[in-house]
Design a protein around this ligand. Structure first.
Ligand code: HEC
Ligand code: HEC
Length: 512
């Protein structure tokens, strides 16, 4: 898929409808807008010009260093670099950000407790706060030296087994089917008096890869299993998918990218024959029940920051919210003791352990963490690396820029030129990265292209440099060498570069 595909997402008839400004029916029969409705013709032309990938690498582009537009943070780079509020948030709203931050850090305790407004943890859970996994609002990592995994866990589910089950997935009513005993994910922790579900075990096997210039790199290939299972074996059909917590920056801006501009890069049938498909994740907005474009999570399974946050409260911490009301979180019918543990619901505060205003504030916080300004964007070495990034085909998926919608409800996210380096679409990344787990329309080989902004600050913020959905890559070079499937050509282009050029590309990534 070129950055400017000749056509949209479906048949040529659909394409004609698209350029005429109609919405097109997706494969599954749903409509999503394929033309922006928030812009005048003159603005639409300006947006097309400014988002066209550059061909001039002699200097940095205008505004390039301010990679999140007016929301970009120019605070000094420290381990708190991902924890700043978007720079253009009005002063009156800063208080909500601070309250949201306190709730993001809050350690929930098991019910009943003396600190009533903080109880309701679990009964099964992976961590006691959002911040335990999104440490410093940055990314998580795989456990090292046999420690309990905190910022990474296994999702459990199986694909459809009957035509009726296929129908509910195609209709986006569910994403897949949980394990009958263990539910949607393996919770390694439980409140006192209840057995936790088990543990994630990882084995790594080192494999040597030889690059074009003869240099060798060792990749570690992981194998995952669930061990010490307290409630019997997993269902034979259950697949396990490892996930590390991603960084939390720029999420509101990602939500403000018009659907049409993301769909414009989709090419599920690869009609332009470049080997790159790009498939839209079609999900439902949890609150409205309406079809929406999935953008968040490693398989783009959630359309909004709010939906992802409510899921996290329920599955990761075991806290109910108005959007996900069950106070027993991910307990299943098979986990009978779990279902009778006390909950943290207090009627005087509402029907949930975390009432609506708490979810609102945490969502506001999560949506407005600033993306830091780029460093050294105009240095010659960086610009050379940028050119190699473009010429190696990385931008087929890591799409450089978008302009957010003009009519965004949140003014701070409105009409910003942003540089996330992602198309937010699903791609087949080959056997090496496949987890075998279907999530909605995403197959067991497909992953959403992750945004790359801020990636160069991983070590500074998180104190490690583990990348990819399961943190298997120990540095950026390994992350690139794991690319397969639709990205095989780009990976091979990188692997055949001379050392200096590979280093320049990495320098560019480190400047993001
Ligand atoms: C146990 C660890 C853990 C906890 C606790 C946790 N998260 Fe996450 N978070 C993750 C993982 C793992 C993902 C990726 C999920 C996926 O791909 O399915 C994620 C993804 C997200 C995303 C989407 C980011 C993106 O780039 O797509 C948001 C937003 C988010 N979490 C918010 C929260 C909030 C808010 C809380 C607290 C209510 C929270 N998380 C608690 C592990 C955690
Ligand atoms: C076909 C689409 C595609 C192409 C082409 C592609 N990528 Fe990716 N990239 C992805 C996807 C999808 C992932 C996430 C894979 C995973 O986590 O299993 C990813 C992950 C990454 C990551 C790790 C991100 C993180 O947050 O952990 C880096 C770095 C990266 N790509 C760089 C590159 C570079 C450099 C190139 C060009 C040589 C490239 N990619 C080409 C789709 C692509």
């Amino acid at each position: 898929m070129s950055p400017f595909p000749a056509r949209g997402i479906l048949s040529s008839a659909a394409f004609c409808a698209a350029i005429a400004g109609f919405s097109v029916a997706l494969a599954s029969g749903f409509d999503l807008p394929t033309k922006r409705t928030d812009l005048s013709d003159a603005d639409a032309k300006r947006v097309a010009e400014v988002t066209r990938p550059t061909t001039d690498f002699s200097k940095a582009e205008q505004y390039e260093a301010m990679q999140a537009g007016g929301a970009t943070s120019i605070d000094p780079v420290t381990h708190r670099a991902f924890s700043h509020i978007s720079a253009n948030i009005p002063f009156e709203e800063e208080q909500n950000f601070k309250l949201g931050n306190a709730l993001f850090k809050k350690l929930w305790v098991s019910a009943p407790s003396s600190t009533q407004a903080s109880d309701g943890l679990g009964p099964l859970y992976n961590a006691r706060s959002c911040m335990s996994c999104h440490v410093n609002d940055g990314r998580g990592k795989p456990p090292e030296n046999g420690a309990t995994s905190l910022s990474m866990f296994l999702r459990l589910s199986r694909a459809a087994a009957t035509p009726e089950e296929q129908r509910v997935i195609a209709n986006a009513d569910v994403l897949n089917f949980p394990d009958p005993t263990y539910g949607h994910q393996l919770q390694e922790l439980a409140v006192p008096g209840l057995a936790s579900e088990g543990r994630m075990a990882i084995r790594y096997a080192e494999e040597t890869v030889t690059l074009g210039d003869g240099e060798t790199v060792s990749l570690r290939r992981p194998t995952y299993s669930a061990t010490d299972l307290a409630y019997g074996p997993l269902n034979a059909a259950t697949t396990i998918s490892p996930r590390v917590a991603p960084a939390m920056i720029g999420l509101g801006l990602i939500e403000a990218i018009p659907e049409a501009d993301i769909l414009a890069h989709a090419d599920p049938d690869d009609t332009n024959g470049d080997g790159i498909h790009g498939k839209a994740a079609i999900v439902r907005d949890h609150r409205t029940g309406k079809i929406a474009l999935g953008r968040f999570g490693w398989k783009a399974q959630n359309a909004t920051v709010r939906d992802q946050s409510a899921d996290a409260f329920s599955n990761d911490i075991g806290i109910s919210t108005p959007d996900k009301p069950g106070p027993h979180g991910d307990c299943t019918q098979a986990e009978t003791k779990c279902l009778i543990m006390p909950t943290g619901v207090q009627k005087r505060l509402g029907n949930e352990e975390a009432p609506g205003p708490i979810l609102d504030l945490v969502t506001f916080y999560s949506a407005n963490l600033a993306v830091p300004a780029r460093r050294k964007a105009s240095f010659p070495e960086t610009l050379r690396g940028k050119q190699i990034f473009y010429e190696s085909g990385c931008i087929s998926c890591h799409v450089p820029k978008f302009v957010t919608r003009r009519d965004s409800a949140d003014k701070a996210q409105s009409f910003q030129l942003i540089w996330p380096y992602s198309d937010f679409l699903l791609h087949d990344m080959g056997d090496g990265l496949a987890d075998g787990q279907q999530v909605g329309l995403a197959s067991g080989r497909e992953w959403r292209t992750p945004p790359l902004w801020g990636i160069g600050l991983t070590q500074t913020v998180s104190g490690h440099s583990f990348f990819l959905h399961d943190g298997r890559a120990r540095n950026l070079t390994e992350a690139i060498l794991w690319h397969g499937g639709e990205a095989q050509k780009a990976r091979d282009a990188f692997a055949s570069l001379p050392r200096d050029d590979r280093q320049a590309l990495i320098t560019f990534l480190e400047s993001l």
